[in-house]
Design a protein around this ligand. Structure first.
Ligand code: PNS
Length: 161
């Protein structure tokens, strides 16, 4: 497993300014960052996986060492497939800790060669989530401070129905 290849996996439904902050900072540390969208058969999602990938790519067009992909099944299996040694996660509030702790421990038990690295979310994004963005946009609120400028129109149009 290559420790220079890092995977930032998630739902990204849709990408938020908090995600972009983690992507930028992760890409500044690791030579190659793969942003991987989970294809979750149990959760259809608001945006299709293709829409999410397109929004991610548009948001990160100025970051050269980032690539985009999707995966299904276990993250540790995907890590093996792409020969990546590091999982990147963002930690927002204390409430994230328990779930992240469990995931990191289980992933390490399933594949001890994979390490999980955490970045503390920047304070201005500490309470931001895709579900909050969806709810605010759905009820006509302004999400311009919460999503990358490149995806604002798409997020607003899809949700304001
Ligand atoms: O955006 P999210 O919901 O925080 O991302 C969670 C994600 C996709 C990283 C996590 O659910 C995941 O890795 N799912 C793939 C299935 C898997 O590997 N499960 C075992 C983790 S303990």
């Amino acid at each position: 497993m290559n420790p220079e290849i890092c995977v930032y996996a998630g739902s990204f439904d849709p990408v938020t300014s908090g995600h972009l902050d983690i992507i930028r900072r992760g890409a500044a540390v690791f030579p190659k960052l793969i942003v991987a969208v989970l294809r979750n058969p149990a959760k259809k999602g608001t945006f299709s996986v293709e829409e999410r990938l397109s929004m991610l790519a548009r948001s990160c067009s100025d970051i050269p060492n980032v690539v985009f992909d999707s995966f299904d099944g276990l993250l540790v299996d995907y890590m093996r497939k792409v020969d990546a040694g590091v999982i990147l996660r963002g930690l927002r509030a204390v409430s994230d800790f328990e779930n992240e702790f469990q995931m990191a421990q289980l992933n390490r038990q399933m594949n001890p060669q994979v390490e999980t690295f955490f970045l503390m979310t920047s304070p201005e994004h500490a309470y931001l989530s895709s579900s909050a963005v969806r709810e605010i946009a759905m009820f006509g609120g302004d999400v311009s401070g919460f999503v990358p400028a490149a995806v604002l129109d798409e997020v607003t149009q899809k949700l304001r129905k």
